[in-house]
Design a protein around this ligand. Structure first.
Ligand SMILES: NC(=O)c1ccc[n+]([C@@H]2O[C@H](COP(=O)([O-])OP(=O)(O)OC[C@H]3O[C@@H](n4cnc5c(N)ncnc54)[C@H](O)[C@@H]3O)[C@@H](O)[C@H]2O)c1
Length: 440
């Protein structure tokens, strides 16, 4: 049997030993899905707190149940370590490390590079590697292929196999999870795609194969660029509607009553999270090396980036209408996570809104049931979520709803507050015509 046939057989029979590099929001759910399918999975992460937690059978990702971690640790299907040398015994490796931006707005490839360099020390014949981190088109071929194959005299597609498969997990979501969200898979060669698909098909409901790693990399960037541009469009619509004196939320609901040809997006205080604000910039960065300006991305990015500033100016105007200056006013931010019902504050627009309000001299506090502390390392400030949220609502000159967590009682908040600025239309059902509430 060829190396490819032997590996496919091992994968189909779940005898292949699986490693996941990076045990965060993406890597841990993936490890669980492979363990559930019957693979023996070893998660490798330099963060010893995560590894220790898994060794104690405790989940630290809200979407992963501790009971599942416990079950698979006990059965021996899930292990965790900080020791990369276990890679020498692995047959299938998935890379799920972060891909943030540098302060300059350029891709920060350092995590992919360091994970690849660790893997390169233990690379061997008969292994399949799948990169899942979101990145610019060409990364798998330009960066991973030479470091893992060419420099070791291994022929890709014959001795070992390399593919890209974008991650689509939407933290907090229960209807579509890692298992039942179709997985796009593109290999460096046809054989690479075949082997990687054979692996993932053993655990994930649908694998959608494409002809190359680049097509798979680009598919992810299309998905997130599509969201970013449409959010930019409705954010600009909100700004235009305010000038026209039209309720943007009513307009969007009306347009969304069309059963075809329209997809609903809603405005907000800006983009957040690890994906939508960042991923399209990986594409525009790459296109610069082709002397091409990704104009849609840059325009939407500019509008979305300015939303926190727009929110602060609207809060300032609304206070002015109430004969109050923003300077010296007590402002309570409700919700700091980048989206409802998650514990993730990365790139959250709340950070910018808080920073700008502080710059203008407001006395800012925040409350978030999921985010007990914020440490803004770049701007050098720290805050703790207020303990008594309803008391803080009463004591504030303005409450700014930045994240519409489900567990907030918006009626009680509006009743108790002096004034509410609602960036998410969270109060629409409870305070439609209240003059205490101003919406984005
Ligand atoms: N979180 C999401 O909702 C989401 C959705 C789709 C795609 N993605 C993409 O998936 C990738 C991972 O995102 P995430 O949210 O899981 O990040 P995360 O920060 O939650 O987890 C990444 C993990 O990788 C570990 N790590 C860092 N360097 C490493 C190395 N050299 N070797 C092994 N592990 C290393 C970190 O310690 C961390 O535990 C990113 O590219 C992201 O853009 C994330």
């Amino acid at each position: 049997m060829s190396t490819k046939e032997t590996l496919i057989k091992k994968l189909k029979e779940k005898e292949a030993r699986v490693a996941i590099l990076g045990l965060g929001y993406v890597g841990l759910p993936l490890a669980i899905v492979f363990a559930e399918a019957g693979f023996h999975v070893t998660g490798i992460d330099p963060d010893s707190r995560k590894v220790d937690s898994l060794k104690k059978s405790i989940s630290y990702i809200p979407d992963v149940k501790t009971a599942d971690v416990e079950k698979f640790v006990k059965s021996g299907h899930l292990m965790a370590t900080t020791d990369f040398s276990v890679l020498k015994d692995m047959d299938a490796v998935s890379i799920c490390v972060p891909t943030p931006l540098r302060q300059t707005g350029d891709p920060d490839m350092s995590f992919i590079i360091s994970a690849t360099e660790e893997l390169a020390k233990y690379i061997h014949k008969g292994v399949v590697v799948v990169l899942q981190s979101t990145t610019y088109p060409g990364t798998t071929r330009e960066l991973l292929l030479p470091k893992l194959g060419t420099e070791h005299g291994l022929t890709v597609g014959e001795d070992w196999f390399l593919a890209f498969s974008p991650e689509r997990v939407d933290p907090g979501r229960t209807d579509f999870t890692t298992k039942n969200t179709p997985k796009v898979m593109g290999g460096i060669t046809e054989a690479c795609g075949e082997v990687a698909a054979a692996w993932y098909e053993g655990a994930i409901d649908i694998v959608h194969r494409v002809s190359s790693a680049e097509a798979a990399e680009m598919a992810k960037l299309l998905e997130n660029t599509f969201r970013m541009i449409n959010i930019g469009l409705v954010n600009e619509l909100a700004i235009m509607c305010e000038r026209l004196g039209v309720d943007v939320w009513e307009v969007i609901d009306a347009a969304a009553s069309k059963p075809f040809g329209f997809m609903k997006f809603t405005p907000g205080p800006g983009l957040g999270g690890h994906c939508i604000p960042i991923d399209p910039l990986y594409l525009s960065w790459k296109m610069k090396s082709f002397n091409y300006n990704a104009r849609f991305i840059e325009l939407a990015s500019e509008i979305n980036t300015n939303m926190p500033r727009y929110v602060v100016s609207r809060v300032m105007e609304a206070l002015n209408d109430r004969s109050k200056a923003l300077k010296g006013s007590k402002i309570l931010i409700l919700g700091a996570a980048y989206k409802p019902d998650v514990d993730d504050v990365r790139e959250s627009p709340a950070l910018d809104v808080i920073g700008l309000l502080r710059q203008k001299g407001a006395a800012v506090e925040y409350h978030d049931p999921y985010i007990p502390h914020i440490h803004h390392e770049h701007d050098g400030w720290k805050m703790d979520s207020v303990n008594d949220m309803m008391q803080a609502v009463k004591d504030s000159d303005a409450v700014v709803i930045v994240t519409n967590h489900k567990e907030y009682d918006y009626k009680a908040i509006v009743d108790a507050a002096k004034f509410v600025f609602d960036t998410r239309n969270a109060t629409r059902k409870v305070a439609k015509d209240s003059d205490k509430v101003v919406r984005l």
